[in-house]
Design a protein around this ligand. Structure first.
Ligand code: UDX
Length: 438
């Protein structure tokens, strides 16, 4: 078993650290945020993620998992340092690598043993070569150090399962020493390992995420056409799914993908291609379709209503998908400001995303519109003139079609996640608009 330090305790870093401890390694999670470190020591997870807290507590109690802000003590004699810090998108679409650089320099100045640096953060192809050079340049002690790429494929909400039972582990190395060490670290996971060179590993991450984003945008594009020609996207998707070459996953049309990966990784790959004088047209199309898709229901509602001014608008679901409190690139963030600017009085419901949303849009007046947060879906629907569904939370799916008819002043529903059958809504006398179905 190895002594491992993990830099960064966000989704990627923390889940990796906990999973490495769970299979038996001795892991120290490092973060600069003292408050976060203290709450983790108390067994509380800073992020909302199924199964994570239980495993944090179990491995902490077993002495395999510790947390610290003191990176020197953590890196000094580590066999491997995993880097899981953020690579946020910059205004021009490129990835901001300053957090990686900070950690790389700290590692270079601290390590006293031969050490493998494992980059889990998503970084543009070629970055890990530079990280290795950067560490070499700042190295203080005469030790062997190499950088491996080990992209992360976890999805929020299922992060622990996605890591401990990953479909595959990708490792990208440039020497047998690095390859063998990383193989050994991952051996106890008993999962398929794909070993390639560093640049291919970096590309696998982008190519996988952008392919999934493309799949969604393709289905959204087809959905919009389905509406025009009288086809039903859900039936179309069902028909397509039986073809094993297509598969049944990621065929759900909706109001666009969000989250921390797809939007960022599509723009980053488009940017990388541009840097190399190449236009990645499929990815550009993916991005453009998604941008339009996010406000498709709002635009549909604008054609149906004279104004939103003075209307009670129920907004059900704020997060980019169910099972997370993350709002990054959520469709709600595109639609709420449009509705507020039109004078809507929004009543918003989300089982876990309310608090984060409140930070951006505190309860109360916003220009000509206003926003109120409710604990119960019924309070949002009660006497409402129109309802938008942005996230397919289980709690929202449980609402019967009849409830919209009964509670709303005018039962007019725009469903961005195709939760209901059009027939059931018609039967309940709800005027219902969704994606790719007429
Ligand atoms: C994704 C990838 O799944 C993961 O492998 C990668 O490491 C990070 O990005 P995540 O962003 O957590 O994970 O969520 P995911 O469940 O993939 O959904 C992403 C977005 O696509 C969501 O907004 C979701 O609503 C949307 N989506 C997904 C669709 O619109 N239709 C689908 O069929 C599937």
């Amino acid at each position: 078993m190895y002594k491992i330090a993990v830099a960064g305790t966000g989704y990627v870093g923390l889940v990796s650290g906990v999973s490495l401890a769970e299979v038996g390694h001795r892991v120290t999670c490092v973060d600069i945020d003292e408050k976060k470190i203290n709450i983790m020591k108390q067994g509380i997870s800073p992020i909302y993620e199924q199964d994570l807290e239980g495993l944090m507590q179990k491995n902490y109690a077993a002495g395999r998992l510790t947390y610290t802000t003191d990176y020197q003590s953590a890196y000094k004699d580590a066999d491997a340092v995993f880097i899981g810090v953020g690579t946020p998108e910059q205004p021009d679409g490129s990835a901001n690598l300053s957090f990686i650089a900070t950690v790389a320099r700290q590692i270079a100045e601290t390590i006293e043993n031969d050490c493998l640096i494992v980059v889990k953060s998503t970084v543009p192809v070629g970055t890990n070569d530079k990280v290795e050079q950067f560490i070499q340049d700042f190295l203080v002690h005469d030790v062997k150090v190499e950088v491996a790429s080990n992209p992360e494929f976890l999805a929020q909400g299922t992060a622990v399962r996605d890591t401990l039972q990953a479909a595959r582990i990708i490792i990208g190395t440039e020497s047998t020493w690095a390859e063998e060490r990383l193989m050994k670290i991952y051996e106890p996971f008993k999962l398929p390992i794909v070993s390639v060179n560093r640049r291919s590993a970096e590309m696998i991450k982008y190519a996988s995420n952008d392919f999934l984003a493309l799949k969604i945008s393709y289905m959204n594009d087809i959905a919009n056409l389905c509406e025009l020609v009288g086809a039903d996207i859900q039936d179309v998707a069902r028909g397509m799914s039986y073809d094993e070459r297509i598969g049944s996953k990621f065929l759900n049309a909706g109001i666009g993908y969000g989250g921390s990966c797809f939007p960022k990784d599509t723009t980053a790959l488009e940017y990388l291609a541009k840097q190399h004088g190449y236009q990645l047209r499929t990815v550009t199309a993916t991005i453009n379709v998604n941008k339009d898709q996010k406000t498709i229901l709002y635009r549909k509602a604008c054609r149906r209503l004279i104004t939103f001014s003075g209307l009670k608008v129920a907004v059900l679901g704020l997060t980019f998908k169910p099972g997370t409190d993350d709002l990054r690139e959520a469709p709600s963030l595109d639609n709420v400001p449009l509705l507020l600017a039109q004078g809507a009085d929004i009543y918003a419901y989300d089982p876990v995303g309310k608090e984060n949303f409140k930070r951006k849009y505190p309860a109360g007046k916003h220009g000509v519109g206003s926003i109120t947060y409710v604990e119960q879906i019924e309070n949002a629907l009660d006497d409402a003139n129109v309802c938008f569904i942005f996230t397919e939370w289980g709690q929202i799916k449980e609402i019967e079609p009849e409830a919209y008819k009964k509670l709303m002043r005018t039962p007019l529903v725009y469903d961005g996640r195709n939760i209901y059958s059009t027939a059931a809504m018609k039967e309940a006398q709800v005027e219902y608009y969704s994606i790719g179905r007429s």
